[in-house]
Design a protein around this ligand. Sequence first.
Ligand SMILES: *[C@@H]1O[C@H](CO)[C@@H](O)[C@H](O)[C@H]1NC(C)=O
Ligand SMILES: *[C@@H]1O[C@H](CO)[C@@H](O)[C@H](O)[C@H]1NC(C)=O
Length: 484
Amino acid sequence: MAWGARIAALPLLLLLLLAAAAAGGNSGVHCLEEGSPSPSRSRRALQGRHHLRSRAVGGATVLELRHHSFNSAPSKSREEEADAVLSSDAARVASLQWRIEKYRLIGSPDAAAASKAQVPVTSGAKLRTLNYVATVGLGGGEATVIVDTASELTWVQCEPCDSCHDQQEPLFDPSSSPSYAAVPCDSPSCDALQVATGMSSGSPACGAGRPACSYTLSYRDGSYSRGVLARDKLSLAGEAIDGFVFGCGTSNQGAPFGGTSGLMGLGRSQLSLVSQTAGQFGGVFSYCLPLKDSGSSGSLVLGDDSSVYRNSTPIVYTSMVSDPLQGPFYFLNLTGITVGGQEVESPGFAAGNKVIVDSGTVITSLVPSIYNAVKAEFLSQLAEYPPAPAFSILDTCFNMTGFREVQVPSLRLVFDGGVEVEVDSSGVLYLVSSDSSQVCLAMAALRSEYETSIIGNYQQRNLRVIFDTSASQVGFAQETCGYI
Ligand SMILES: *[C@@H]1O[C@H](CO)[C@@H](O)[C@H](O)[C@H]1NC(C)=O
Ligand SMILES: *[C@@H]1O[C@H](CO)[C@@H](O)[C@H](O)[C@H]1NC(C)=O
């Protein structure tokens, strides 16, 4: 158990002081204590153009990872901010459901028709929760990009820009990079793009009036990136990858991207950074996602040199579920959940319950049959606390006003092969209000059994999560994140 005298800060800056180690690790005793809101240092770091650090160690390249807080007006109350984060998260979850379904339908003759009848577009909602960033070198410059395991293509905003969001670094300028080259229409990379972007044959990357291989990434919530496919030199801690294929985006929109130069696609398919750097890094990467605490860092490690990890428990591996129509997503079988050591019973586990592990979704969303069972177990174990109203997508809430100490039941996810992953105690409850009168279970229900459960980043923090695409497995170990 990694329980110790450490301080965990929840995103909303209410500090949970871990007061005591729980015997057997079945529960945590927490003191509720309020922290004062302060502007995020990661935002300031971006504004000050402090690039995140990186270094090469042995066979691995280590990039510093930071929580990216954007557009978080300091005048907003904690509740308002929580509401914005959670509704954005709901939009991402809906967008992912639509994309998962779309990939599943590629290859079926009805794909084009079916893709029109998916999850409705969430109007107005801004996707703002893709929130971990790292800095890489591209061409001659540097780009601080969002790290996204559910995306394949890496893209940055490019000159000449038709429409770009504000970013802290200078825009990538193809004309000033001698190693830049547009990807021609008849190249394998351009063919792969069709799959990467889930484009149906109705919207070809090439064709009349399109001299270059063009791409459109539409995240289904109003945000998008459009441009041409290009190659340039990618540098990761001094390691150069020549001819790296990425999207040079001349028309980009979306609140989540604010301040950053674009997005790093770490998905599981041909055009992703993982596949393109497989020669150097063997198709293996891992991350440790830090808490949102101002100034805290984590790390993104490329390569399988486990000597750079700081895991406090042994790494346990579970197999990825292989499916030719998986798109960029990392699917695992979730076979069980335990709450406070108690196994949760749900018919949902019996059916080979495929879930995706995503770095860009905040709150874990589960199919209703599983969520309701988990909820019932929490309600029973936290029965001593009076209920509080639901908040946004969180419907299991308690009024903890007046309680100095809270027994937080442990939460374990069990994957194929009996692999148990203990969620960091800071990832179990979400403190909505400043006075602990609304403390909610940090998980939500999907709308139907047919949707795909998503393990979000709130439940992955302070874990080393290793994606090994060559051995087709995902590893987990507890780790207190830092830039290692
Ligand atoms: C996941 O569950 C499915 C359905 O039960 C099963 O066929 C598969 O072998 C399981 N494991 C993996 C790694 O795919
Ligand atoms: C929470 O409990 C306190 C003390 O019992 C009470 O005054 C307050 O109205 C409750 N708040 C909510 C949101 O239920």
